[in-house]
Design a protein around this ligand. Structure first.
Ligand code: SUG
Length: 440
């Protein structure tokens, strides 16, 4: 079994609309002029960097935006340009901004995944996240389901479930709240949640908790994890400090967990349970709030790193450049490398366009562990090699603007450009017609 990181290509409508309360970067950068071309290239360069480390790398396509179909369902009628104009005039353009986000780039929120080795039926399980907590993200679920079903089509090896039923009760944010750890004693799926609709646990007071305990429990059932699942609460103080997903304050791989003391409630108890279930090779590397104030962890995102296993068996951290610039975050990552664990290097990458919307290296990828047989059964040309990298780089040059503001979202030319881009992309990735506008 090998891990493949499915990164989301940043879509041509990448912009800063301040859509996510509780995500401090999103709120702070509202109205900033975006550069979609640079954003897409930063993401693509990260994919190449990870692939060049010898780590499995693949790509997921963006979603059609502005979401004309959603705007029509909200009562904006007429031809496409009329829909855009009417939506731009309503609620000071807020509905158009909600329906135009390129947020599908953060594929850690696309789905939750269980490898075939851990599921009772021996298949890879994927459940697209309903993303019910935020309207602009909930729009992603139907297309994510179509896209994953096109790529993981072989029903003997893969099952792509329906997203959990919509609504607050089963609000699900995908793998951003999921960590699979594995050591000498076994594998554990740590499924973290922020609130429970049935009751239990102290809820955050300032910012919304996006994932429910009930959703996490449903994922454990769907993925047939049995005793392999462990449900645990995110620390409400962490959420209130801006850690809207678990992956803002923790990242795990194999027997290693990098974790801030405000990531989970009762960290000592969690560590003891994991040591028993993962094994004595568990490496729990905790940052205290004194060593790394949670505000620095949220601003610099050292935990929103990728923690990857290299071909030789050691591990590397792929961190955002913001973590190198923040003294406390860098000291912590240096300590991780120096401590007794498999981590031997930290690499810092410039992902500023995504970071300013609250998305670091970890947000941009969905981890899919596959056996060689399963990899061979994947549909489409999605695994990154040098040829695909070069073609995607050209594709970005051809189709992306280097400047985008909220006012541009009503431009009918932008809609035409994004459709042309996605149409060309599905051919390049050999995925067939996965978008409704291609079937109309
Ligand atoms: O859902 N930002 C995303 C960031 C997602 C980060 N993902 C993980 N932590 N796994 C969100 O809050 C901001 C869009 C805007 O404001 O324009 C946004 O959707």
């Amino acid at each position: 079994m090998r891990e493949y990181n499915f990164d989301g290509l940043v879509g041509p409508t990448h912009n800063y609309a301040g859509l996510s309360p509780g995500n401090l970067a999103s709120t702070a950068h509202r109205g900033k002029v975006a550069n979609p071309r640079r954003a897409a290239k930063q993401g693509l360069r990260k994919m190449k960097f990870v692939a060049d480390l010898g780590v499995g790398q693949a790509v997921l396509p963006p979603q059609p935006r502005p979401a004309i179909d959603a705007l029509r369902r909200l009562g904006f009628g007429g031809a496409d340009d009329a829909v855009l104009g009417r939506a731009a005039a309503a609620d000071e353009g807020h509905l158009l901004r909600l329906c135009s986000s390129a947020s599908a780039m953060w594929t850690a929120n696309a789905a939750t995944v269980a490898p075939s080795r851990d599921a009772a039926d021996g298949r890879v399980h994927l459940t697209p996240a309903n993303l019910s907590a935020m309207f602009h993200r909930a729009l992603e679920a139907p297309q994510t389901t179509r896209t994953l079903r096109a790529i993981f089509a072989d029903a003997a090896r893969f099952v792509v479930h329906d997203p959990l039923p919509a609504g607050a009760h089963f609000a699900d944010e995908g793998a951003a709240n999921h960590t699979r750890l594995e050591g000498e004693a076994g594998a554990v799926h740590l499924l973290a949640w922020g609130r429970s609709t049935w009751g239990g646990g102290e809820a955050p007071r300032v910012h919304p908790a996006r994932q429910t305990r009930e959703a996490s429990a449903a994922l454990a059932r769907l993925h047939q994890l049995g005793d392999g699942a462990l449900l645990w609460q995110q620390h409400p103080a962490g959420i209130d400090a801006g850690a809207f997903h678990t992956d803002v304050l923790a990242v795990g791989n194999g027997p290693v967990l990098l974790v801030h003391e405000h990531a989970f409630v009762r960290p000592g108890a969690l560590q003891a349970i994991l040591r028993a279930r993962v094994g004595s090779d568990l490496r729990w590397v905790q940052a205290s709030a004194r060593e790394l104030p949670v505000a620095d962890a949220v601003a610099a995102y050292p935990f929103n790193s990728q923690l990857v296993t290299l071909p030789g068996g050691s591990m590397a951290v792929v961190a955002p450049a913001e973590s190198e610039a923040n003294a406390a975050a860098k000291r912590y990552l240096d300590r991780v490398v120096a401590a007794d664990n498999p981590v031997t290097a930290v690499h810092y990458l410039d992902l500023n366009e995504s970071m300013d919307n609250g998305g670091g290296p970890a947000c941009l990828r969905l981890r899919v562990p596959l056996t060689d047989d399963e990899r061979a059964a994947v549909t489409g040309r999605v695994f990154l090699d040098d040829a695909l990298f070069a073609e995607l780089d050209d594709w970005i040059d051809t189709h992306y603007r280097d400047r985008l503001t909220a006012a541009d979202l009503a431009d009918p030319a932008l809609l035409d450009e994004t459709r042309a881009a996605l149409d060309a992309l599905t051919q390049l990735l050999q995925l067939g017609s996965i978008y409704p506008f291609q079937q109309a």
